[in-house]
Design a protein around this ligand. Structure first.
Ligand SMILES: [Zn+2]
Length: 212
C-alpha cells in the first residue's frame, strides 16, 4: 500500500489548525443545515485558477464544477455519464443558485491542445480529444476570423470563444432556459489572466469583455 503523501498530511494539518479551528461554528452550521450557495462557478482544472481563492470564498459559498477548459457540453440525453449536466441540474433545481459564472483563463493547456490539434497525441487516448471537440466550431470561427494570427493570438481568441460557447450551451438546458426566462437565474462569462490577476467580464449585450 502506498503511503499518503507527507506534504498533503502537513497541509491538511495546517488547514485544520489555521482555518477549520477558527471557523468551526460555520462548519457545524453547514453540516447541520446543508449548503446554500448562491453562485455556481464552471472553471478549468488548471491549478493556477482556483475559484475559491479568486473570489475569496468561504466554505458553502461557491458550488464549483471544474473540467478541462471550463466547458459546458450542449444538452443531450443520450449516453450514460454526464458529470457537468448533473451538477448543473443540481445547482439550478435543488440549490436554486442565482448566478452561474463560466470562468476561462490565460495560457489554458486544453485550449492550446485544441488549437494545435495535439490533444489526441498528448493524452494517448480519446478522452481529451473527444472533450475538446466541443470547441471544433469555435476553432473554425476563430481561424476564419483571424487567418493571420499566430498560435498565441489564436489561443487567446479561443479562450474567449470557449466562454461564449459554454454560455451558449448552458442555454440549451431546459431548466436553465426556464429559470433565466423567469429572471431567477443569471449567466455570466469571465476570464482570469494569471500573470496580472486581471478578471475580465463578458458584457453579453455588446459581446465585449470588460475589465473589472
Ligand atoms: Zn485551462
Amino acid at each position: 500500500m502506498s503511503l499518503f503523501p507527507a506534504h498533503l498530511t502537513d497541509r491538511y494539518q495546517r488547514f485544520k489548525f489555521r482555518h477549520f479551528g477558527p471557523n468551526i461554528e460555520r462548519y457545524s452550521e453547514l453540516a447541520a443545515y446543508g449548503q446554500q450557495p448562491e453562485t455556481m462557478i464552471i472553471s478549468c482544472c488548471d491549478s493556477r485558477v482556483d475559484p475559491e481563492t479568486i473570489f475569496s470564498a468561504m466554505p458553502g459559498e461557491l458550488f464549483v464544477v471544474r473540467n478541462v477548459a471550463n466547458l459546458v457540453p450542449p444538452f443531450e440525453t443520450t449516453g450514460t455519464y454526464h458529470g457537468v449536466s448533473a451538477a448543473l441540474e443540481f445547482a439550478a433545481l435543488n440549490l436554486r443558485v442565482k448566478d452561474i459564472v463560466v470562468m476561462g483563463h490565460s495560457s489554458c493547456g486544453g485550449i492550446r491542445a485544441c488549437v494545435e490539434k495535439t490533444a489526441a497525441r498528448q493524452s494517448e487516448a480519446q478522452f481529451i480529444s473527444n472533450w475538446m471537440s466541443l470547441l471544433d466550431d469555435s476553432r473554425a470561427r476563430v481561424e476564419q476570423r483571424l487567418p493571420e494570427a499566430n498560435i498565441n493570438e489564436t489561443c487567446s481568441a479561443m479562450e474567449w470563444e470557449a466562454i461564449r460557447t459554454s454560455l451558449k450551451n448552458l442555454r440549451t438546458f431546459p431548466c436553465i432556459q426556464i429559470l433565466e426566462g423567469k429572471g431567477r437565474l443569471s449567466l455570466h462569462g469571465t476570464h482570469f489572466d494569471i500573470a496580472s490577476g486581471t478578471l475580465t467580464v463578458l458584457n453579453q449585450a455588446t459581446d465585449a469583455f470588460v475589465t473589472i
